[in-house]
Design a protein around this ligand. Structure first.
Ligand SMILES: NC(=O)c1ccc[n+]([C@@H]2O[C@H](COP(=O)([O-])OP(=O)(O)OC[C@H]3O[C@@H](n4cnc5c(N)ncnc54)[C@H](OP(=O)(O)O)[C@@H]3O)[C@@H](O)[C@H]2O)c1
Length: 648
């Protein structure tokens, strides 16, 4: 914010890229610095990801602590322990606060860095990302700032290869974009590591002590230089001790890093002339896990909004006369149960077998609403074929309706049974099992509705006469999709939901001790899913299936990438719509690492307009979608799966 604005509010310009204003506390006991941070205002921050999550780097938190210290004339961060990572979301901003307290008897002050989502209401707590102590550096340290080696590269230091360094780090889950890819030279001499780091030319450094991306780049030398044991694990800063900055505005650093106890290093940074820029007495780095990051994202209150479908009772006014067809209602098709319910409802309903033969001859004026069902005799032994046959019949009905000019001004109300799991909020599932064939009718009719507004209505009806009695009123309501249960009319509404993968935080959904099958893993989303399962859920055994298997382009690279992340990957060529082939695939899963989850991503698209759809095209799309889902369900029903995920 411009300084003028903040002055009017009784504040001073904080002169830091992340902070808008500073205010000294009236009791002389410290200061508060506030700001706002988002990928939109600081796009370069998205160049820093840990396991696909954008995190504010620990070097930025220490820079904020130094800036807060400066507000009360301190120049040293004695210690700063990092707590919850500050996760940045693409579409969200956070409010920032850096708080520095009053001086104790020895001149030390507490410091803390906090954030909360900008959208938070005032009661929402702040998340603490770092706490520590700041002070004024001892005079000796001020007068004798450490300096780097006179000669550069340091005499006797062996150059290390930095080629592919950022690919290697990416393999550990540490993703660095251009601003953070600052490591340009790396040397080792005994247990000392030397690094040269640089910012891209256009990066603005004003306001920072040391630009966080520059200091972060220096830390890349720790892992790449092999300074800490277990170099194969992603580590991020955990605790800073004795941090001071001697010169601001650096764009290049020469850095010397040495071990400083278990999991810790000490770091001296100079400019190209060997003049001191910054010093860190000790930095402890800790391995980071996907779980911690997921928790951080949640603790931070931000969640991409997720929705569930609720079935909400629709208050109906008594039927309006205009909605009623003059005289009789007509039902095309329908089984005995439905006919009985309609007859018992007191509605005057006529029945006829097919759309083609109007009850009263060709001249009969078309009704405002015609009721119809899609009747295919259920085939319990061949549920897959039954879904296909039902979809074909529905397509035929709808296309004939659209093509018949007599009905151009009419609405077709398609009646189904158990096509949807209509469930009101907080209620028991009032439905029997959803019938996939009836559900397929909904899928088709909904497509037709979007292309032919006002021509179709969907009503999932139980066999209660009270439900049938609600038909006139619901058809007058202007809504297009209904479920009617025991006379109560329900309509679908989207509602915000909790994250389904962390139900009450009750443990991981994808367990790390079993095999997860990803179908369609050769495709665009399947690859993302596979990667996501490994980096975010810690899945260790993956079975990746697609018809082409390993022959699909890029599969070898994906396999190598996931293997480098520590996963055991099996790539299989399998048509998952082929029940026997799928059964063989599942049988081959080793007993020691049994199948614990299925993510069914496989699918083919064949998009077109509704009137151009054919039974053959439906079959082609249904094979991986419907057939495979039913087979997967059937073949894994007796297994203890923690997740069965379907892509729509
Ligand atoms: N991308 C989107 O924007 C989007 C949006 C909404 C929904 N979806 C759904 O998400 C899923 C994946 O989409 P995508 O964009 O990743 O599509 P994609 O790149 O075409 O990937 C689909 C994968 O499924 C595999 N597959 C198809 N039939 C199969 C079968 N019978 N057995 C085994 N594997 C089979 C294909 O591999 P092979 O050819 O090797 O078998 C293909 O690699 C689809 O089901 C789609 O309906 C995608």
């Amino acid at each position: 914010a411009p300084a003028g604005d903040v002055a009017a509010a009784g504040l001073v310009d904080a002169a830091h890229p992340f902070l808008g204003a500073a205010v000294p506390l009236a009791d002389g006991q410290g200061a508060l610095l506030t700001g706002r941070l988002s990928p939109a205002t600081h796009p370069w921050l998205t160049d820093h990801t840990v396991m696909d999550t954008v995190l504010l780097p620990g070097t930025a938190l220490v820079d904020l602590a130094l800036r807060a210290a400066d507000e009360v004339c301190c120049d040293r961060v004695d210690e700063l322990t990092l707590g919850a990572p500050l996760v940045l979301h693409e579409d969200g901003a956070v409010q920032l606060q850096a708080v520095v307290g009053g001086a104790d008897a020895t001149g030390h002050r507490t410091v803390g860095v906090y954030s909360r989502p900008e959208t938070a209401d005032s009661a929402e707590p702040w998340t603490c990302h770092a706490t520590g102590v700041v002070s004024v550096a001892a005079r000796a340290e001020q007068e004798e700032p450490p300096s780097g080696p006179a000669a550069w590269p340091a005499p006797g230091a062996e150059p290390l290869d930095t080629g592919g360094a950022y690919e290697r780090l990416a393999g550990l889950g540490l993703g660095y974009g251009p601003v953070f890819q600052g490591l340009h030279g790396l040397w080792r001499r005994g247990d000392e590591v030397f690094a040269e780091v640089r910012l891209p030319e256009e990066t603005a450094v004003a306001g920072f002590g040391v630009h966080p991306a520059l200091l972060d780049s220096a830390l890349h030398a720790i892992g790449l230089g092999g300074l800490l044991p277990d170099a194969g694990r992603a580590r991020i800063p955990f605790a800073w001790n004795g941090v001071s900055v001697h010169a601001t505005g650096a764009r290049t650093l020469r850095v010397r890093i040495v071990p400083a106890g278990a999991d810790a290093v000490a770091l001296d940074a100079t400019d190209e002339a060997g003049r001191p820029v910054a010093r860190v007495d000790s930095l402890v780095l800790r391995p980071v896990s996907a779980r911690q990051l997921a928790e951080a994202g949640r603790a931070h209150g931000h969640q991409d909004p997720l929705y569930r479908l609720d079935w909400t009772p629709l208050p109906l006014t008594p039927e309006e006369p205009a909605s009623r067809p003059d005289g009789q209602w007509t039902l095309v098709g329908g089984d005995d149960g439905l006919r009985a319910a309609l007859e018992d409802s007191g509605l005057d309903v006529g029945f006829r077998p097919d759309l083609a033969d109007p009850a009263g001859g060709a001249e009969e004026e078309a009704p405002a609403v015609l009721l119809a069902t899609v009747d295919v005799r259920p085939d319990r032994d061949h549920p897959v074929a039954h879904v296909h046959a039902t979809a074909h019949r529905a397509l035929d009905l709808l296309q004939r309706w659209l093509a018949d000019d007599r009905y151009a001004g009419s609405r077709l109300a398609v009646l189904t049974g158990n096509a949807v799991a209509a469930r009101g909020r907080g209620e028991e599932d009032r439905d029997k099992e959803v019938d996939p064939a009836q559900a397929a009718i909904w899928g088709l009719v909904r497509s037709a509705q979007s292309e032919h507004p006002g021509r179709f209505v969907l009503v999932d009806l139980d066999r209660d006469p009270a439900s049938a009695r609600a038909l006139p009123a619901l058809l007058a309501s202007g809504e297009e999709q209904f479920a009617v249960r025991g006379g109560t009319v329900l309509v679908p509404r989207l509602a915000r939901t909790e994250h389904p993968l962390v139900p009450g935080g009750a443990g991981p959904v994808f367990t790390t001790d079993g095999t997860v099958l990803v179908t369609g893993a050769t495709g665009l989303l399947g690859r993302h899913v596979a990667r996501h399962l490994v980096t975010r859920h810690g899945v260790r055994d993956l079975l990746l299936a697609g018809r082409r298997g390993g022959a699909a382009e890029g599969m070898a690279a994906l396999e190598a990438e996931l293997t480098a992340l520590g996963a055991r990957v099996t790539v299989a060529a399998c048509d998952v719509a082929d029940r026997e082939a799928l059964a063989r695939l599942l049988d081959a899963v080793p007993d020691g690492r049994p199948l614990t989850a299925v993510v069914h991503v496989a699918g083919v698209t064949d998009d077109g307009i509704f009137t151009g759809l054919t039974a053959e095209r439906i079959d082609r799309v249904f094979r991986p979608k419907v057939d495979a889902a039913l087979h997967l369900d059937e073949l894994t029903r007796d297994l203890e799966l923690s997740a069965f995920v379907l892509f729509s």
